[in-house]
Design a protein around this ligand. Structure first.
Ligand code: NAP
Length: 475
């Protein structure tokens, strides 16, 4: 059993009640750490506030070196990180390793972006009132960033908050998900080793309704960056007060498959996109709209690929699909599938569970109003729905309260252009699934999928304030 602590002001400290972290496949407790009390959160915010001028005054090249050194140290401990992610999040080891590689990229990109933060001159004399003035604007760090992250990418989604915050010269108080805090603890160790000054990163662990809300509501926190469910995102908007907020929330990701698509490719990409991390990915393939002409052959191939997925212990190299995060989530998705079946849906494969594992599941004959279609499934489940013309498919895809990413498979450029124009999503992915993400691209949702964008450069924009300077010249 491993024992960890909170990280406040550059020191490992005790807190309150013990949090047990379980191996999500065996359910054995493999680590413990203290949960933060109100006074610990207070101390973490004070430390971040005290360190804020130090980070803000640090030359860009020095912040850049801390971030590149973090990437270097992550690389050196890649396997330890991958094993920790597989254990605490239940992510299959092969995908846990990809997450570590992505986090290395995120820190590397941030080390480059740290040197590119700039503003521009403004021709103030464009209006009579500006005659005789020289103007420019620049970006200043906001100060203390409160970062709250979910369980499904315990390393890279923390990296997407911490790396741009440091690149911009901010300090951070981080609250990771209670079920997957260990990866974040090790990351803090590395950041400190990489030379981040005390107070630059502070880690508080504990329940969202206490520790999370103390952080969100504290007026010393200038910016909240949150990734998680829409319900909690909405709550944050209600309690945060006047501060900057970025919300990266859910999706029920649509994929449109046109009759001219390369079915082998579509099946391969949809199977990975629907089932990796047991479908617990905000851009996981959920609703596949297939043209009536290819509906039957697509279904047949997709069911085959779904059955081929190796299900089991995420620490086993051969496994594709590990457990879901907890039994409550398995119960929820099982109930949704049963409800859909009672209303006429057909399970073509899957629909099976064993403890926290849920088998890759394909549903046919679903209706748009069923929970399994209309809400975010966040489970290894895909529904396949046929359509007759492309316009109808775009409407079906847009018929959601979410708007994170959508995917389209077609060889027809006119359809591609129409889709780009009509789809109300933060990202439109052509000839791949919505599950595609590169860590430097702008990433975030419209509608109930959130506010703001991540992807290092874009997160930096949201983590800085624009400062305008006007200089009056002597006449
Ligand atoms: P969640 O239940 O909303 O939790 C996310 C984080 O918020 C956790 O650290 C949680 O703490 C904390 N929290 C809970 N209640 C809070 C409150 N009242 N105030 C402040 N913080 C609070 O989400 P999850 O189940 O971990 O993650 C799944 C969701 O995240 C899905 O909807 C998924 O789509 C979304 N997601 C979105 C993206 C994206 O980039 N758009 C990426 C990944 C995931 P506890 O762990 O202690 O509850």
């Amino acid at each position: 059993m491993k024992e960890y602590k909170l990280f406040i002001n550059g020191r490992w400290v005790d807190g309150g009640a013990v949090i047990e972290v379980r191996n999500k496949y065996t359910q054995d407790v493999f680590a413990i750490l203290p949960s933060a009390r109100h006074e610990d959160v207070d101390e973490a915010i004070s430390a971040a506030q005290k360190a804020a001028p130090i980070l803000a005054g640090m030359p860009a090249h020095q912040r850049s070196v801390i971030l590149s050194q973090t990437a270097h140290l992550l690389k050196a401990r890649k396997e330890e990180f991958a094993q920790t992610i597989a254990t605490e999040a239940g992510k299959a080891l092969k995908f846990a390793r990809i997450e570590v590689d992505r986090a290395i990229s995120t820190f590397t990109i941030a080390s480059e972006e740290a040197k590119r933060i700039s503003g521009e001159t403004i021709p103030l004399d464009a209006v009579p009132a500006g005659e005789g003035y020289f103007g420019f604007w620049l970006r200043r760090p906001v100060g203390v960033v409160g970062a709250i992250s979910p369980f499904n990418f315990p390393l890279n989604l923390v990296a997407h908050k911490v790396a741009p915050a440091i690149a911009a010269g901010n300090t951070v108080v981080l609250k990771p998900a209670s079920s997957t805090p260990v990866t974040a603890v090790i990351l803090c160790e590395i950041l400190s080793e990489a030379g981040l000054p005390s107070g630059g990163i502070n880690l508080v662990v504990g329940s969202g309704s206490t520790v999370g809300e103390w952080l969100v509501t504290d007026p010393r926190v200038s910016k909240v960056t949150f990734t998680g469910s829409p319900v909690v995102g909405e709550r944050i908007t209600q309690i945060a007060g006047i501060k900057k907020i970025t919300l990266e929330l859910g999706n029920n990701s649509p994929v449109i498959v046109a009759a001219d698509a390369d079915l082998e490719q579509v099946v391969k990409r949809c199977a990975i996109g629907a089932y990796y991390n047991s479908g617990q990915v905000c851009i996981s393939v959920q609703n596949i709209f297939s043209h009536r002409e290819i509906h039957e052959p697509f279904l047949e191939k997709f069911v085959h690929a779904s059955r081929d997925m190796v299900v089991g212990d995420p620490l086993d190299e051969r496994v594709d699909v590990g457990p879901m995060i907890d039994l409550k989530e398995v119960d929820r998705i099982d109930a949704w599938v049963h409800e859909a079946v009672d209303d006429g849906a057909q399970v073509l494969t899957g629909g099976r569970r064993d403890k926290c594992v849920y088998w890759p599941t394909v549903l046919d004959n679903v209706k748009p109003e069923m929970k399994i279609v209309a809400q975010e499934a966040f489970a290894p489940i895909a529904s396949v729905i046929s359509y007759d013309d492309f316009e109808e498919a775009l409407q079906l895809a847009n018929n959601t309260e979410y708007g994170l990413q959508a995917g389209i498979f077609t060889r027809d450029i006119q359809r591609v252009l129409k889709a780009i124009r009509q789809l109300n999503f933060g990202g439109v992915i052509i000839n791949d699934t919505p599950a595609f993400r590169a860590d430097h691209m702008p990433y975030g949702g419209n509608r109930r999928s959130g506010i703001g964008r991540e992807g290092v450069r874009f997160a930096i924009e949201d983590m800085t304030n624009i400062q305008m300077v006007a200089i009056r010249q002597n006449q």
